[in-house]
Design a protein around this ligand. Structure first.
Ligand code: FPP
Ligand code: MG
Length: 438
């Protein structure tokens, strides 16, 4: 049915209804519902980035994207965009670029390659302009030089920082949310091979469904596609930040393999425990928090925040603390499921040889765990003994407290931002990350 009232009224009414759906008076706005319209955009155009002339590649690379996921990382990017857009001194230019023909950051431009499309994309039957390999490649005329982006007319006017109203997320920030999810998915395609996981999100893992080789190669393909989309965001700092996450993810996995050495004396044991904690928290940053922190910072950079402005520091500090709280929560939940599921092994981390927060805390109360950690719970009965000792110790509760302290810090750094629904939703998100049950 056509809306008879003015378009403006309709938009306001839709936005009021959206607000009612997103907001609960006791808990604050629901972070996922608040950005739901943008999240559906993130989901719907993701498959366009993953198309290939080879159906087998498409099938594996799309596999994890087809399973329902929480999309925590894109939500962080989208909420931080909403909570800071307008504050950065280059916001006027960014908005103008997104809305004007002359700019290079409009939604349509983001799908335009920076180099010739037929060179970049190889042959793909669903991509117009690409050339099959059966014929010789004919020389094409050179592309005309594209002049650098013009400046927006209002950009030079100084203005006090204030949030853009109504909230607006730039096309580049939506594409960033997709790239961040692609990196995460690429890492899972590798991780499930390393961890030999049979299941992911309640279904067969990619290695179980397609085999290890396909899973690793599929992960690399997703990484390649994310890397192709990244420079199109038009910001060298963002390219650097996100590319560095890829090395961080690998460093985190390698650090996780590191062995500890015990020499027997109580003083040395205390030092070794301290070293093990440092490695564990460093690994947690690299493997989990780096993507959230650098994704969050990149969102704010894309919104026009310049060096010397506090907003991108807030975003990074929020993402870093939230990411560590997220992983610590995963780590204590692993033991809670072990204690709750009677008759089932549970404690997947111990079976992988990993000593996470609860085991490291338990080591203080039960020194004999040190030897089990050193030999990565390899001998028969090690996993069961370690699990029993951890559950008898205060390790799970202390890890919960530590996760809460990181979540509290994430909320505290948000105080620098002006009040907004997105800021309140970021606060709710920090509480949800530590309060979840799975
Ligand atoms: C899940 O951890 C895994 C990660 C967060 C990162 C994995 C990173 C790599 C395998 C490095 C290679 C990455 C790329 C991008 C090439 P988990 O095993 O603790 O959690 P899970 O229970 O969800 O599997
Ligand atoms: Mg895993």
């Amino acid at each position: 049915m056509l809306c008879r009232r003015s378009a403006k009224w309709c938009l306001e009414s839709v936005s009021r209804r959206h607000h009612r759906r997103c907001y609960s008076a006791s808990t604050g706005p629901d972070p996922f519902k608040l950005v739901e319209p943008h999240l559906s955009e993130v989901r719907s155009s993701l498959f366009d980035l993953l198309g290939s002339g080879h159906p087998a590649i498409s099938e594996i690379t799309k596999y994890y994207f087809l399973h329902p996921a929480k999309h925590v990382r894109p939500v962080i990017v989208l909420l931080l965009s909403q909570a800071t857009n307008g504050l950065g001194s280059n916001w006027g230019q960014k908005l103008w670029e997104a809305q004007n023909q002359e700019g290079g950051s409009r939604a349509e431009d983001l799908n335009e390659p920076l180099t010739r499309p037929d060179v970049l994309n190889d042959w793909n039957p669903s991509l117009p302009g690409t050339t099959p390999f059966r014929s010789n490649f004919t020389l094409k005329p050179a592309k005309p030089h594209r002049p650098s982006l013009p400046k927006s007319p209002q950009n030079h006017l100084p203005r006090p920082p204030s949030l853009h109203s109504p909230t607006y997320v730039l096309p580049t920030q939506i594409r960033l949310a997709q790239i961040v999810e692609m990196l995460h998915t690429a890492s899972l395609l590798h991780d499930d091979v390393i961890d030999e996981s049979a299941l992911r999100r309640g279904a067969a893992s990619a290695p179980s469904a397609f085999g290890n080789k396909q899973s690793v190669l599929g992960g690399n393909f997703v990484l390649g596609r994310a890397s192709t989309a990244l420079p199109r965001l038009g910001d060298a700092e963002v390219t650097q930040l996100i590319a560095s996450v890829i090395s961080n993810l690998v460093e985190g996995e390698i650090l996780q393999l590191k062995e500890i050495h015990l020499d027997g004396s109580p003083e040395a044991a205390s030092q070794t425990r301290q070293d093990a904690w440092n490695i564990y928290l460093h690994k947690t940053y690299l493997k989990t928090a780096s993507l959230m922190a650098k994704g969050a910072r990149s969102a704010v950079v894309l919104g026009g925040c310049k060096e010397g402005e506090i907003w991108k520091e807030v975003a990074y500090a929020y993402g870093r603390n939230l990411g560590i709280a997220f992983q610590l929560t995963d780590d204590f939940l692993d033991y809670e499921s072990a204690s709750a599921t009677l008759g089932k092994p549970g404690g997947a981390d111990l079976q992988l040889g990993l000593a996470t927060g609860p085991a490291l805390y338990a080591w203080e109360e039960f020194p004999e765990i040190g030897e089990l950690i050193r030999r990565k719970f390899e001998q028969p009965g090690d996993v069961e003994l370690a699990r029993d000792l951890v559950l008898r110790s205060s390790g799970v509760q202390r890890t919960k407290d530590l996760a809460q302290s990181y979540a509290d810090k994430a909320k505290e750094v948000l105080q620098e931002l002006p009040e907004s629904e997105a800021k309140a939703a970021l606060q709710v998100l920090a509480e949800r990350v530590v309060g979840r049950r799975s």
